[in-house]
Design a protein around this ligand. Structure first.
Ligand SMILES: [Zn+2]
Ligand SMILES: [Zn+2]
Length: 331
């Protein structure tokens, strides 16, 4: 079966590698895309399926739905959003369209962030995409023959994305919980947890205690975290609460499935970055000096570990953004 037949105008962009993590638990690991896609966790229980996060556009979610139908004939009952970022919930509407009884679940903080910030950002995308498309057209006009194929592809994907984001009918959570929600199924227990602020104010973790699997959204990812809406000073304490859970598999918002080792490295990076920025800021350094000194200090320990997706998400650019956010918060 051609899994990607309904990929729509963005054909070729949304690709997923389906990995089994435990019995009935799979992850659709997103390949790098022009508009980044999140991973999706697929949790099958006796009476239906829960999926976690829905990518940057409905066509990407439909690719996962096609994969999902190869895994099971059971319906999706719950769609969980780990946080309000576009690349984790713009595809929501594909699920109730395919499974009319599907409920969309998140915590109250995340639902409010979708209403207050997420909807506005959709309008921003619609407004900003034409300029991005014009830039790609200009680059293409000036391109060497070797650069053309990539730029032509990006242009096609950018146009496809604009068409989709314009047509989006945002599907907000239909169920919102406060701190914790637990689902007890005959064969499985699923916990939705809020462990404190990290990548956003309302990060949701999905924990399967029996299978020892935890799904982290972007509170832990396979490359340098984005902190633009984050709380760098709270992040480590939240990760320490995560570390208290008994798990062996870490299913992250982006990147391959990892284990406890990666959580240690990731926590070390956030901790050391925040401490270094605090130290430099207290000593009176300017933002540019802090960026330069913290990069020099952290590179020997972290640059290689955070460069697995090198060109796609370069560590130094990510670090510069993290330093900027942290500096603004500590000074
Ligand atoms: Zn993300
Ligand atoms: Zn995010």
């Amino acid at each position: 079966m051609d899994c990607c037949a309904d990929e729509g105008p963005a054909r070729g962009d949304a690709r997923f590698d389906i990995k089994k993590v435990a019995d009935g638990v799979h992850v659709a690991v997103a390949a790098p895309a022009y508009k980044v896609n999140s991973n999706t966790a697929i949790i099958e229980s006796d009476d239906g399926v829960m999926v976690v996060d829905t990518h940057s556009k409905p066509s990407a979610a439909r690719v996962v739905i096609a994969h999902l139908r190869e895994l099971t004939s059971k319906p999706v009952r719950y769609v969980v959003n780990t946080h309000f970022h576009w690349d984790h919930w713009h595809g929501n509407e594909a699920y109730p369209a395919a499974y009319p009884d599907a409920e969309i679940v998140s915590n109250q903080i995340t639902r409010e962030a979708m209403v207050k910030k997420g909807l506005k950002r959709i309008a921003d995308h619609v407004r900003n995409m034409p300029a991005e498309i014009a830039r790609l057209r200009a680059d293409l006009a000036a391109a060497t023959p070797a650069q053309r194929a990539t730029l032509e592809r990006d242009l096609r994907l950018a146009e496809g994305y604009l068409a989709e984001v314009k047509a989006l009918t945002p599907a907000l959570p239909t169920i919102a919980f406060e701190r914790t929600m637990k689902l007890y199924r005959r064969d499985r227990e699923i916990q939705l947890l809020h462990l404190g602020r990290a990548h956003t104010e309302g990060d949701v973790f999905v924990y399967l205690p029996k299978e020892k699997v935890v799904i982290t959204g972007d509170a832990v990812i396979g490359w340098t975290p984005y902190m633009g809406d984050g709380y760098p000073e709270d992040w480590v304490a939240t990760l320490d609460r995560l570390a208290e859970l008994d798990f062996t598999h870490l299913v992250m918002g982006h990147g391959h499935v990892a284990g406890r080792d990666w959580l240690r490295t990731f926590r070390g990076y956030v901790h050391d970055m925040v401490e270094a920025v605090r130290r430099e800021a207290a000593a009176g350094a300017t933002l540019d000096e802090v960026k330069q000194r913290v990069t020099t200090a952290l590179a020997p320990t972290y640059e290689k570990a955070f460069s697995a997706y090198d060109e796609y998400r370069p560590w130094r650019a990510g670090l510069a953004g993290n330093v900027e956010r942290t500096f603004a918060m500590v000074s």
